[in-house]
Design a protein around this ligand. Structure first.
Ligand code: OAD
Length: 238
C-alpha cells in the first residue's frame, strides 16, 4: 500500500473485536444463551411475547460485558483517532468497549446496551446497573423499558446511518475488523468505500464474504493484528 495518506481512516468493527475481551460473538459457537440464538431474542416480537426472558438475556450480557476490559485492538483504535485528522469508527457492537478504551469519534450503528429506552415515552437514559434491580425494568412512568439497541427487523437511526454512509463514501482507507459482514446495512459500507476507491483492509480470524474484494486480508485475532497493522500504517511515508 503506497501513496495513501493517514489523514483519513474509517473503521468498521463487529463482535470479533470484542471476542479477545471475552465477549461472545453472535454467530460463533459461544453465541448461544441457554438454547437461544441472538436472532430469536433480539427482536421486537420476542420482547412483546416475553419481555422478562429478553431482559434476562440482556441482564446476563450486561453482567458479562461489565466484567470484560477493552483489549489492545480497542486501545489501538482510540490511539489511531488521536493521530488522524479525519477519523470515524463505525461499530455494530453495543458493548461500549470502544468508549471505555477512549474512542470518541464513534458511530454506534446498533445502539448501546448501556442505554435504556421507555417503550411509552421513548425517553433514553444511561443505565449501568449490573445486575438490574428489577427484570424487566420499568420507567418512572410505569412503562416497560427496553434496551436502546437495534433489533432484527428494526430500522437503524437514520442520522447515524447517514453519517456512516457519508464516512464510507469519502474514506480513502477502510479497516474492517471482526465482523462476519453479513448483517445489512452495515455489511454494505465496505463495498461503498471500495467502489469510491478506498483501500480496504480486513482483519478477521477467518475469511468472510468481504474477503474476496478486500485489498488485504489479515487473518488472526484482532487484539494481536490491529496493533501490528497500526504500527505498519504509521510508518507509511507518502
Ligand atoms: P458475528 O458474530 O456475526 O461475527 C463475528 C466475526 O468476528 C466473525 O466473522 C468471526 O470470524 C470474527 N472473529 C471472531 N473472533 C475474532 C477475533 N478474536 N479477532 C477478529 N475477528 C474475530 O458479529 P457481527 O459481524 O458483529 O446485530 O454481527 C453483526 C450484527 O449481527 C451484530 O451487531 C448484531 C448481530 O446479530 C444486531 O443485534 C442488530
Amino acid at each position: 500500500m503506497t501513496g495513501r495518506t493517514l489523514d483519513s481512516i474509517v473503521v468498521l468493527t463487529g463482535a470479533g473485536i470484542s471476542a479477545g475481551s471475552g465477549v461472545p460473538t453472535f454467530r460463533g459457537e459461544d453465541g448461544l444463551w441457554r438454547q437461544y440464538r441472538a436472532e430469536e431474542l433480539a427482536t421486537p416480537q420476542a420482547f412483546q411475547r416475553d419481555p422478562a426472558l429478553v431482559w434476562e438475556w440482556y441482564d446476563w450480557r450486561r453482567g458479562l460485558i461489565a466484567s470484560c476490559e477493552p483489549n489492545a485492538a480497542h486501545q489501538t483504535l482510540a490511539e489511531m483517532e488521536q493521530h488522524c485528522e479525519d477519523f470515524i469508527l463505525i461499530t455494530q457492537n453495543v458493548d461500549g468497549l470502544h468508549q471505555r478504551a477512549g474512542s470518541q469519534r464513534l458511530l454506534e450503528l446498533h445502539g448501546s446496551i448501556w442505554q435504556l429506552r421507555c417503550t411509552v415515552e421513548n425517553r433514553v437514559a444511561e443505565n449501568s446497573a449490573v445486575p438490574l434491580p428489577e427484570v424487566p425494568p420499568r420507567c418512572s412512568c410505569g412503562g416497560l423499558l427496553r434496551p436502546h439497541v437495534v433489533w432484527f427487523g428494526e430500522s437503524l437511526d437514520p442520522e447515524t446511518l447517514a453519517a456512516a454512509f457519508r464516512a464510507a463514501e469519502r474514506s480513502r482507507l477502510m479497516l474492517v475488523i471482526g465482523t462476519s459482514a453479513v448483517v445489512q446495512p452495515a455489511a454494505s459500507l465496505p463495498a461503498i468505500a471500495k467502489d469510491r476507491g478506498a483501500y480496504l483492509i480486513e482483519v478477521n480470524v477467518e475469511r468472510t464474504p468481504l474477503s474476496t474484494y478486500a485489498d488485504e486480508v489479515i487473518l488472526g485475532p484482532a487484539a494481536e493484528q490491529v496493533p501490528k497493522l497500526w504500527h505498519r500504517l504509521k510508518d507509511i511515508t507518502i
